[in-house]
Every structure is written in C-alpha cells, then in structure tokens.
Design a protein. Sequence first.
Length: 534
Amino acid sequence: VIRCQSTNTDEPKTRNLLDNASNLLTSLLSGGGLGSMPIAEGAVSDLFGRPLFFSLYDWFLEHGSVYKLAFGPKAFVVISDPIVARHILRENAFSYDKGVLADILEPIMGKGLIPADLGIWKQRRRVIAPGFHSLYLEAMVKIFTDCSERSTLKFEQLLEREDSLGRNVIELDLEAEFSNLALDIIGLGVFNYDFGSVTKESPVIKAVYGTLFEAEHRSTFYVPYWKIPLARWIVPRQRKFQNDLKIINDCLDELIKNAKETRQETDVEKLQQRDYSNLKDASLLRFLVDMRGADADDGQLRDDLMTMLIAGHETTAAVLTWSIFLLAQNPSKMKKAQAEIDTVLGQGRPTFDLLKKLEYIRLIVVEALRLYPQPPLLIRRALKSDVLPGGYKGDKDGYAIPSGTDIFISLYNLHRSPYFWDSPNEFEPERFLVQRKNEEIEGWAGFDPSRSPGALYPNEIISDFAFLPFGGGPRKCVGDQFALMESTVALAMLLQKFDVELKASPELVELVTGATIHTKNGLWCKLRKRSNVH
Ligand code: HEM
C-alpha cells in the first residue's frame, strides 16, 4: 500500500513516488518486469566490430523476440515481435517518445517531426501530412523522371567516351550516384531547390553531406561529447558541423523568405485540387506556406524542411543501392525486371499511371526494404510505465516496462524473422504476391492484401506489423509513397538503359550503419548499354 499525502502531482518528489508506485504495480500485475526478461550481455567489441543490428539478430535467435541488452550500466529492450511492435507503435503510441534518437537529432532537426515532442508533433503532423496528397505525388513523378534522366544521360555520355576508346563498359560507384540523385529529388520536391548534384559540386551540397556524416557519427558514437559546453567551438569536427548547419539554414531561410513573399493564401481543399500540371513550383514548401492556418514561424518551417531533407535523402539512396546489389546477384530477376520495363515503358518514361503496371519493380523495391530496412532499428523511450502484450512465443503475460525504459524495435529482425517469413534471407520479390493465412500464431493476423485495399505497395497493415519499413501508427513516415514511387522510377529508368554487374564479389561489399545501412567503400558496379532490349 502506497500512501501519498501530497495532492500536487506535478511536484517532482510526488511525481517520482507515483512513477515508482505505478512501475511496481504494473510489474506485479504482469508476468514480470525487466528483471525476468532474458538478458543478452553485450561486449564493447559488439559495438565496434560489426554493425550492431547483426549482433541483435544473433541474440534474437538465441534469446527470443523480447530481450534485454545490457552494456555495462546501460540497458535496452530489444523487440523483434510484430504483436509487441504494433502495441508500442500504434496501440499505445503516445506512451513513448523518440528517446535517444531525439537527443541525437534535435541539434540538426530542431523541432522537426522526427525528434519533436508530442505537443509540437501534433500541430506539425496535421499541417505536413496533407501536403503529400495524390496530385502532389503525381506532380512529383515528373520530377523523379527528370532527375533520373539526368543520371542516365550522364552515364550514357561516360559510356560514349569509353566507346570512342574501344571499350563498352564504365565503372561507377552507384551508391554515390544514387545519393546525388536522391538529393536532387528531395531538394526539388520539398523546397523547389535544384542542388544539381548529379552534375556538379557546391558548398551547399558539401554542407548537406557534412551534416549527414555528423548525424551518423553521433548515432554510432556512444559518448555525447558534443553536449559539453564549448565543444562546438573547440572540437574541429564540431566547428565544421556548426558551419555546415549554418550554410544549409541560410539557404533554407532564403527559400522560405521567397515562398512567403509570393504567398497565395487559400484553404487546404483548394490547394489539394489546384492544377499541378501547370504549376511552376509544386513543392511541399509552397503548399505549407500557402496553406491557411499554417502560420508556422520561419524557425519551425526551417526545422520541418531540414527534417525532410535528411529523412528523405539517404534512406531512398540506400533502397536503390540495395536493390541493385540484390539484382546484380540474381541475373534472372534482373532480366525479368527488364522484360517488364520493356513491356510497360518501351523506350518511354514512367508516368504516375504506368507505375501501377510496373508491379515487379515495385516488389523489388519493397523486398530490398525488407532485407535492408532503413533505418534498421526504431528507437523509443517509455514515457510512463506500460505492460507489453505477450509475444507469439507463448510468454502470454508480457513484460512490465518501467517508465524511462529505452527500446529498440528491430526492423531487421522482424523482416528476417524465421517465424514469419519463408527463406527469410533470400531475395524473393514474388513472396509478396503469396497470401499467408495464419493459424499457428495467436494474436497475429497473417498477410492479407485486402486489409489495405488500393495500396500500390505492401505495407505494415497487410502484414499486421511483420513488415514495417516505414514504421506504423501515428508516427509512420509521411514520405512513404513519395520514396517508393521515386525508387520505382529511378530503378526502372536505370534498368531500361543499362545492364548492371557488381565490379567485385558481393562478399567484398562491407556493410556499415548509422541511420541507414550503407556500404563501407561504395557499391562499385560495371554498366553496359543494354543489348537485349525487346
Ligand atoms: C519517419 C523510413 C523516406 C519523411 C520515418 C520512419 C521510418 C521512415 C521507418 C518512422 C520512424 C520512427 O517511427 O521512429 C523511411 C524510408 C524512406 C523514407 C525507408 C525511403 C525509402 C522519407 C521521405 C520523407 C520522409 C522521402 C519526406 C519527404 C519522414 C518524416 C518522418 C519519417 C517527416 C517523421 C514522421 C512523424 O514522426 O510524424 N521514415 N522514410 N521519409 N519520415 Fe521517412
């Protein structure tokens, strides 16, 4: 029995007491707390020897789908179970925030959607999500094709030069090329700014890459020294980071100023219906500034744009990189993809309507996201105590989670779980066409496309949270359709023109990870002009 004499629940001491009481109570009412959870002891070498998500997978097979990972005094709960993931992301989403992730990203994204606390998030999500309406996406397909064409033209020119020397092949780091392409697309789509990075370098482009590099450093460096006062002035890489941020912010401020000066205020419905085919600037910034009631201050708008620049760039580049990596090892699937492209597109360009017919390319993109999810982990921290539902492994009572618990939801483990996928490590885009009814796993509804009618791409609803490359619940990615269509267009346009091979053996492509999974030294490929065009 806990007696609390204070009536002021906001008083820190009382709050603390209530939190402890509630933790104790949830622990008593559930099967057990963190203490009864299987424990994986991490060695420091696990943090540095290889990407952490590989070790998390081994421990998942050893300890089960909910386990505690302890590194010295620090502990994380690792979840690899769709039923528990669904609870945290959707059913009880507002009992969790972004925890460690927000600490890392806040200096870069400020109050942008990803790190935002609940109050700001609610306001901004309401304003930003409607911006990704279907006419906007249709207008974006034109930007995806224009930008992809710039890349393919560049490769054709390089090939012509080689041709004149009697060679019919070029060697390229396609990861770097996809990164430039994705940067150009996100710049034009989100704030109508042409980085032109496929063909040139500029201080702003360098600053964007510098910022991404720092975000990655912070997400894999376990001592947050950058929080020490003066570190930003004394440590050279932190000084450079501040300088990079200033270059990007100045550029974004200028774009926001221009957009505000040419503002045409109207209501959301009208904005969603306007004639996007004739619009010079179809960007999301234009929508956000024109939208009545979206009077965000310039600082908030800048944080929103910066968030989308970072969230939508490396992720999409990584999907393209791993799609090619997988296809290059499966020449028969590459041929099947090219045959579909020839039938649907011929020598023409993809359009919004034609994307619906590029079914195999769409499945390749989602299969690449299954095998290489970006990011491989979702991060949460419990804001209050909670009881997790029992997982599929029979631990029916579930575990009590005290407030403050740090959680990793491993998308990598979920997407490669032997309990939910046949041949989980194989590249099989066709797998998404097979409906899977579930009889054995209590609480999991199986795969059923009819749960998400009209969806162009398989998603977390169809798979009841066994496949969730864009997260799920209220904080699901706002740019999912943008990114999927972008990847489909870019992949189709590349394979329409070129045969792609890896330059060296796939085992030599080393993986590293920060926010996304990428290669250590680039994805070096050989490109030839296609000879077997139908
Ligand atoms: C959130 C993945 C592209 C903007 C997320 C989340 C994931 C994700 C997993 C959820 C994070 C969490 O729950 O902790 C991806 C992948 C992409 C992609 C794999 C590319 C293939 C984009 C693009 C944009 C974007 C193109 C914008 C144009 C955002 C934003 C959020 C988010 C703003 C935060 C949403 C919120 O908290 O309300 N993304 N994303 N993403 N993504 Fe994406």
